[in-house]
Design a protein around this ligand. Structure first.
Ligand SMILES: Nc1ncnc2c1ncn2[C@@H]1O[C@H](COP(=O)(O)OP(=O)(O)OP(=O)(O)O)[C@@H](O)[C@H]1O
Ligand SMILES: [Mg+2]
Length: 267
């Protein structure tokens, strides 16, 4: 089982879209996939037509046992997206009380990691959608994952957000004594705008090694798919957005660490 976290402290850069689209493509390829919504806004949860304001079983319950996770709890939180092999654990607005808390308070930093260990036999991939705020939820998702995917909108303000995210990763590296590989994915690219082409150029010169060579372009079909409540590959498999995410997934597969080498990232 592999755990990938999709994170960026900047909002609106395509985190949820990336989580749902990659998850959908993985499930379509035959893998058993679980999406975990850790964002109190619950966009991923709403995507699948579940209301994060209602008291459904949600990821919030994972954090209610002083950092421990009862073995039977994660299974009770899982819902189906309606697509084969694609499940999710929804968010609820209650998560907002945790969002800004520090992970060290009450030893809460490994809740998600314990959860993924409990579910290891049930899924091939767990993809975690995170809130754009540094706190216990983001720290948990970094601690639990094998790699981080950082969607970055190709515009100038987003580059600042990326710097913040990378500072967070450096800090987590010190406190968790663990280096987590990350991949920057340029999103919402529009080659007709100066802001897009310039910021892509800056990304390429500054973050070369950690940057995916492709881009995810602006594609209204991705937005339409979220309105329809189905993963983009179901809504329009031939759309440009889906094709570009498929090529990102190909790259992720090719560059994945072999399972036996993953613990080697421990410092
Ligand atoms: N490549 C794209 N082309 C067109 N629209 C997109 C694309 N990627 C995302 N969007 C749209 O942009 C909006 C923001 O995307 P998304 O919700 O995935 O970002 P986010 O980083 O998860 O935001 P937040 O930080 O608020 O959770 C959504 O309406 C989504 O449908
Ligand atoms: Mg989101």
């Amino acid at each position: 089982m592999r755990v990938w976290t999709i994170a960026n402290q900047k909002g609106g850069v395509g985190k949820t879209t990336t989580t749902v689209t990659l998850g959908g493509l993985l499930a379509h390829a035959g893998h058993r996939v679980l999406l975990v919504d850790l964002d109190p806004h619950g966009s991923l949860t709403s995507y699948f037509n579940v209301n994060p304001d209602e008291l459904e079983p949600s990821s919030f319950l994972l954090f209610q046992n002083k950092g421990e996770v009862p073995a039977n709890l994660p299974g009770q939180l899982i819902q189906s997206t309606g697509q084969p092999r694609l499940d999710f654990i929804g968010a609820s607005t209650g998560l907002a009380v945790l969002e800004r808390q520090s992970a060290s308070a009450g030893g809460m930093g490994l809740v998600l990691k314990r959860t993924t260990q409990i579910l290891a036999r049930d899924y091939d991939y767990i993809l975690v959608d995170t809130p754009p705020i540094l706190g216990v939820l983001l720290v948990n998702s970094i601690a639990a994952c094998e790699r981080i995917i950082i969607p970055v909108q190709t515009e100038f303000l987003a580059l600042k957000g990326l710097e913040r995210m990378l500072r967070t990763l450096a800090m987590v590296k010190l406190s968790q004594r663990r280096e987590v590989p990350y991949l920057i994915v340029p999103t919402l690219f529009d080659r007709r705008t100066h802001a897009s082409t310039q910021s892509l150029r800056i990304l390429r010169t500054t973050y070369d090694q950690h940057l995916w060579a492709g881009v995810i372009a602006v594609d209204t079909r991705l937005r339409d798919a979220s309105r329809a409540g189905v993963p983009p590959h179901v809504f329009d498999p031939l759309s440009r957005g889906v094709q570009q995410y498929a090529s990102l997934l190909n790259y992720l597969h090719r560059s994945a660490l072999p399972e036996q080498q993953r613990e080697a990232t421990l410092l």
